[in-house]
Design a protein around this ligand. Structure first.
Ligand SMILES: [Zn+2]
Ligand SMILES: [Zn+2]
Length: 404
């Protein structure tokens, strides 16, 4: 997908007019080598334009900016889906993006817009060919600490704080061969300098922004967001399973917003391919495959669930609907609940086992009967419902919410 030679640009957007806390990195490659040039600058119009003009002096396949950007390059001033998708569940492990509606977020947004305009003014950026484009030219928003964090198997063990997080992630990714692996994936067979030779905080961030731009140029990336802006993350095949699962869960929670753009031959290595589990009926003719961890596991003691399952209580695991694949058409039956909400039950026409059901109130989820997985190690339930109808001899134990 990438031409044998080319260049991309990354900018770590800073707000200081007195310290050189902004940095620009141009990543260049030939058929045999990858190299980069980095320059730091103050957030004044003169220095910004001088630094950008000096480095954006040749055709650029894409440019990525570490600061909020949306189509039109105006001030966003809102908490965006992109920020929420990278916060839920991610925050304790790899931190979270700043909010575009906070004072710092607004300031960063203005400086990111100024940097993007200055890059566009050079006329060197190729027209956008990637999905989720926010401009006619290939400019995108980056978020380096999450980009790095998603490539690390156990980022929480690095004990990073808000201040040193991206540096710790960078050092770890450079030392453990994670950054070289990312280059080998996007630009295979080329030699390059040691990533550990870059020691400045802002220069590292700018280099990761240029790697973000490289993924966009290769059409090999994950984007999160919506019309308020897309934050570009690494190629899906490089993202660790914990982060792939969390992205799939957040996509279900937020009603979409996680998009995988990948090479056609690597389609199978898509976000939703982490934890594959199969559930089947008694006779085995009706089965479903669930490609992510369940969003929620629960048990229900209501009388309808006792009837449905033929057991003292029912147990089920909910998955994002687009992560569940059915092997064939099932027979269905509809139940209307006490409060009007209904559900459609899908069962095997031969043996009659209900394998899954869909509640009208949760159109994005599929509930799969836990027993159909026939897996004694299946994740435990988080919630026990309708306990008022619980059989007296049943006790649901463990760390669990109890509801009447
Ligand atoms: Zn029930
Ligand atoms: Zn069957």
């Amino acid at each position: 997908m990438l031409p044998s030679e080319g260049s991309v640009l990354g900018i770590d957007v800073g707000c200081s007019e007195t310290k050189r806390s902004s940095a620009i990195c141009r990543l260049d490659w030939t058929a045999t080598t990858v190299d980069w040039v980095v320059r730091r600058f103050r957030a004044t119009e003169d220095e910004r334009v001088a630094a950008i003009t000096a480095l954006a002096d040749r055709p650029l396949l894409a440019a990525a900016f570490d600061g909020p950007l949306r189509r039109g390059l105006d001030e966003i001033g809102a908490y965006r889906r992109a920020e929420r998708l990278l916060t839920l569940g991610f925050q304790p492990r790899i931190g979270k993006p700043g909010q575009s509606n906070s004072p710092v977020g607004r300031l960063l947004n203005r400086h990111a817009n100024a940097c993007a305009r200055a890059v566009l003014a050079t006329g060197t950026v190729r027209s956008a060919r990637h999905p989720h484009a926010i401009d006619d030219r290939a400019i995108v928003e980056a978020f380096p600490s999450a980009w790095l964090g998603m490539l690390i198997a156990d980022p929480e063990t690095l004990d990073a704080t808000r201040k040193d997080r991206s540096d710790r992630f960078y050092r770890h990714a450079a030392d453990r061969g994670i950054l070289p692996a990312a280059i080998a994936h996007l630009l295979p067979g080329r030699s390059h300098r040691d990533f550990a030779s870059v020691t400045d905080h802002d220069e590292r961030a700018a280099l990761v922004c240029s790697l973000t731009a490289l993924g966009v140029a290769a059409q090999d990336y994950v984007a999160v967001g919506d019309a308020q802006g897309w934050i570009v993350q690494p190629p899906a095949v490089l993202i660790q399973r914990w982060a792939r699962d969390l992205l799939a869960i957040n996509d279900a929670r937020c009603g979409g917003g996680v998009a995988v753009v990948g090479r056609p031959d690597e389609d199978e290595a898509h976000i939703a391919s982490g934890a594959e589990r199969r559930a089947a009926c008694q006779c085995g003719k009706l089965s479903v495959t669930c490609s992510v961890e369940p969003v929620r596991v629960s048990v229900c003691h209501c009388l309808a669930c006792q009837r449905r399952s033929g057991s003292a209580f029912a147990a089920q695991a909910r998955f994002p609907a687009d992560c569940v694949t059915m092997n064939r058409e099932a027979r269905t039956w509809r139940r209307t609940g006490d409060e009007g909400g209904g559900a459609t039950f899908h069962f095997c026409p031969d043996c009659g086992s209900t394998v899954y059901y869909r509640a009208d109130s949760q159109p994005d989820l599929v509930a799969v009967a836990l027993g159909a997985f026939a897996d004694p190690t299946f994740p435990s339930p988080q919630s026990s419902n309708y306990e008022g109808r619980r059989q007296s001899w049943v006790a649901i134990t463990g760390d669990i919410e109890h509801h009447d």
